[in-house]
Write a protein that binds this ligand. Sequence first.
Ligand code: ATP
Ligand code: MG
Length: 239
Amino acid sequence: MKDNKNNTPVIKMEGVTRVFETEETETHALRGINFSIYPGDYVSISGPSGCGKSTLLSILGLLDTPSEGQYWIDGENVSNLSMNGLAEMRNKKIGFIFQSFNLIDELSVLDNVALPLTYREPALAKEQIVEKAMACLAKVQMEHRAAHKPNQLSGGQQQRVAIARALAGDPAVLLVDEPTGNLDSKNGDAVMQMLADLNAQGTTICMVTHDPRYADMANTQLHLLDGKLLADEQVKVAV
Ligand SMILES: Nc1ncnc2c1ncn2[C@@H]1O[C@H](COP(=O)(O)OP(=O)(O)OP(=O)(O)O)[C@@H](O)[C@H]1O
Ligand SMILES: [Mg+2]
């Protein structure tokens, strides 16, 4: 990771474990995960199907809670937050980008991007929200489609709008799950270039990807196997 270890990490996990229990079985999806993400980092997480990537991203995004272990966001221990506390933290600190875009088809592009701002900054006047949303659309070169509906856009354009929406709340970290899974290689490459540009401008990113070409664009590549993070010397053997 970058040479900014004196800063407070945006994300810090210690001994994070996640066990899914059903009547017959216990699945150890994560086993003692330790890692930190610092401001400005671009971290990729790779590994085979079932190794725990989505489980880790859900916990990072406060959509799920660890069975054991501690987790800090911007220095605040989130392990003991209530449901409301978790939702508030998620709104304030986390931006999500999913494989399937998850835009609301009934709303215009502009309103999709503005929606999280209306939750997050209720004190803002409508004009200020529109101004902020347009600035985010400009970052992904989509201002010219502000009045369109998502289903009038190409897949690559929809993903760019989803990136603008994730940026609107000015999150501490962008969590990205297989952002190119529904895109052809040209649009996939363009979206990845956009994420790299955003990181170059200071956005902190943590991305799950199967694609080694895209994992290589991150400044730190983490590899998960069977619920554990591999040490650097293990990666050469396992990958
Ligand atoms: N809700 C759940 N209940 C029980 N087991 C679960 C649950 N969610 C995940 N698992 C199990 O936990 C393990 C890790 O799953 P996870 O979805 O994190 O894998 P992944 O690395 O994201 O895989 P993929 O690349 O296929 O998306 C798997 O063995 C999975 O079957
Ligand atoms: Mg997954």
